[in-house]
Design a protein around this ligand. Structure first.
Ligand SMILES: *Cc1c(COP(=O)(O)O)cnc(C)c1O
Length: 381
């Protein structure tokens, strides 16, 4: 068992997610190193939407001091970032949500994405101010969740140039987000259309989430700002691989405790609707972690966990509060022993996600309020 987890899981913690800011810093440095392979290395918007993919903004920021800027979803998040001490640029992916939000733009270093015409109307109604935000026009691309299509893009750009001339906004950039970045042939056509929409328009461009960076490394030469999210947290953006296989370090370790043990005989069952039926005498451990904590209810029987460093597995169905695991042959497991659900070496969150039929990002973002996020205590090696 890795002694660090004993140390960081205090007696008060039934369950906790330990967040390692040095892993975030490592992942950011790896991304920077990949970007530097380009003749003109792009800058980095470190994506911290959804409370830093569930890791807790305040715990993650110490690992992001070398980012060129951070990206959030909503304007209220940008205010939270300033309160948490981030002084660099902040990009707001969803931009303004209403006319009244235009009164909340008094944040220096603010960058707003503009995805539809009403957002331009709201900005034009705002009196000119010295701290005019920079804007990024979003192309709808092949994702089509947000943004201007090729017919509307030029007009949106022209309207923004009028606002810039009136000092209502600052610089104008161009942003695209891919629908198929993990595929080998996933971005060429989408990028060509984006270049067509933005041809002859001045301003920096921003493309590339984590998947685009890893699958299409050469493409980073064609963008001024990349926008990694998932990879910063140490999870792989490519299906079928794990973050550690790409040199990334998982930043979150989810650890709960063994509550009790029992042995059931062959033929006996346990769990709601007898979800586990013993085919031989089985030592079952009960772990204080369930779907009300954010552990996925769909994690199949057999999903791996670690008990005192030994690999074990889920038995039967996950319940709201507790999960059964197999302790057969693990003699040193006693009540109170830490059980790692994901994040330890050898147990990446991607493995648990695959066993539950979902993706790593959903698990990382899905921990509930009853799981404390705790700064990983650095220990001398
Ligand atoms: C979430 C998001 C990203 C980061 O994506 P990852 O796949 O997590 O790297 C980048 N750009 C936009 C617009 C996003 O919404």
């Amino acid at each position: 068992m890795n002694a660090r987890w004993h140390a960081s899981l205090t007696a008060d913690h039934r369950i906790q997610a330990s967040i390692d800011a040095t892993a975030i810093a490592h992942n950011l440095a790896l991304i920077r190193q990949r970007a530097r392979q380009c003749a003109r290395p792009p800058r980095i918007w470190a994506t911290v939407k959804a409370d830093a993919y569930g890791h807790g903004l305040a715990l993650v920021l110490p690992g992001l001091v070398d980012a060129d800027g951070i990206a959030v979803q909503y304007l209220s998040d940008a205010h939270a970032c300033r309160q948490a001490g981030w002084q660099g640029p902040i990009l707001v992916y969803a931009g303004l949500q209403s006319a009244s939000e235009a009164a909340l733009l008094n944040i220096p270093g603010l960058h707003l994405v503009i995805s539809h015409a009403a957002q331009i109307d709201w900005l034009s109604a705002r009196p000119p101010r010295p701290e005019a935000p920079d804007v990024w026009l979003r192309f709808c691309g092949d994702l089509r969740l947000a943004g201007f299509d090729i017919a509307a893009y030029g007009r949106a750009d022209a309207r923004c140039r009028e606002l810039a001339a009136q000092h209502r906004i600052g610089q104008i950039g161009h942003l695209n987000h891919y629908a198929h970045a993990e595929d080998e042939d996933g971005i060429a056509a989408a990028h060509a259309l984006f270049r067509q929409a933005t041809r002859d328009l001045p301003g920096p461009i921003s493309t590339c989430n984590s998947a685009a960076m890893w699958r299409h490394a050469g493409h980073m030469a064609e963008t001024d700002w990349i926008r990694p999210g998932l990879a910063l947290y140490g999870a792989s953006p490519l299906p079928g691989t794990h973050g550690p296989a790409l040199g990334l370090r998982p930043a979150m370790t989810l650890t709960a405790r063994l509550m009790s043990l029992q042995t059931v005989a062959a033929g006996e069952s346990a769990g709601y609707r007898s979800s586990f039926v013993a085919t031989q005498a089985t030592r079952i451990g009960l772990v204080g972690c369930g779907y009300a904590d954010g552990y996925p209810r769909h994690a199949a029987s057999g999903t791996p966990v670690l008990v005192n460093g030994h690999r074990s597995q889920v038995l039967g169905c996950i319940t709201m509060d507790v999960t059964m695991i197999d302790l057969t042959g693990i003699a040193d497991a006693v009540p109170g022993a830490p059980v790692t659900l994901w994040g330890a070496p050898g147990l990446p969150v991607e493995t648990v996600a695959a066993a539950a039929g979902t993706i790593a990002a959903e698990l990382l973002c899905g921990l509930t309020a009853r799981v404390p996020l705790v700064a990983h205590a650095a220990h001398p090696a």
